[in-house]
Design a protein around this ligand. Sequence first.
Ligand SMILES: C[S@@+](CC[C@H](N)C(=O)[O-])C[C@H]1O[C@@H](n2cnc3c(N)ncnc32)[C@H](O)[C@@H]1O
Length: 312
Amino acid sequence: MGKGKNKTHEPKNERQQRGANGHSARQNHKHMEMKYDKSEKMKFPVKLAMWDFDHCDPKRCSGKKLERLGLIKSLRVGQKFQGVVVSPNGQGVVCPNDLEIVEQHGASVVECSWARLEEVPFNKIGGKYERLLPYLVAANQVNYGRPWRLNCVEALAACFAIVGKMDWASELLSHFSWGLGFLDLNKELLEIYQRCTDADSVKKAEKEWLEKLEMETQERKSHTKKTDIWMMGNINRRGNGVQSDELESGEDSEQSGLENSEQPIEYDALGNAIHVDSVKSRIMLSGVSEDEESDFEENEKPVNYDSLGNLI
Ligand SMILES: C[S@@+](CC[C@H](N)C(=O)[O-])C[C@H]1O[C@@H](n2cnc3c(N)ncnc32)[C@H](O)[C@@H]1O
């Protein structure tokens, strides 16, 4: 049974009796205070807090690990937080101008599952400074490479990094084997956000970054399209005089001809693209004579490939 303070499906009296770590509410309160005092002694410079809905596997949960380390304080539903609340329910984005709030009151997160956000009573948690994070990419083992979906420690670290507290970000992440990879992965982007001021400027920087990404993706796609032609075998053998450099330039490409064709495409044993509806077209495309083709059919079973190159 989960131990999170804000477990959603537990009867109310049970929730009141037992909180994080399975202690009674009173014991737990003392325990958490002790932990929190301890975390201050552990020298984390500002308050860290989370509402824990106990949705996640405790072994994989970064919030719970911070709690075990005594670095973060658990909050109850109904409690608000004075510092920056990094939350999927945020309105604006974290920006360098949030530095003062962070320095004075710290930062918090909502420890819950991305898949169960609708179960979180956002109206009963949060605070005055609820913030989204701008585009950043997760480096944690569960969501590696996924944009926006950071885990709790990444979200706190991102908040600190954006307001210019890289040392705090590194300190938190250093407790996770993959942690500092988050800062490496997002280095360039974090530096861009750090040079911003208010939320609007961060949003603008994010937009420009996303546009750049989109352009790069399009370029990669068109490059891939051009190079995919190699997967189609020796297209020059179809005998209509179209040469590879013409195809590369995108003019009258056989690739697009085949892709746009309604006819099914097969690949011969050498990977040459062939239309399957007529033996004639197969001969023409592969550049083999009719005689040779019939010979081939008699002596060997034809080998066909689907569009992914699988043998069929
Ligand atoms: C949904 S929980 C998932 C926690 C995960 N199970 C873990 O091990 O840490 C992650 C929390 O980090 C914060 N967070 C992560 N990415 C965010 C983003 N792009 N915008 C706002 N908050 C974010 C939110 O508080 C969010 O609820």
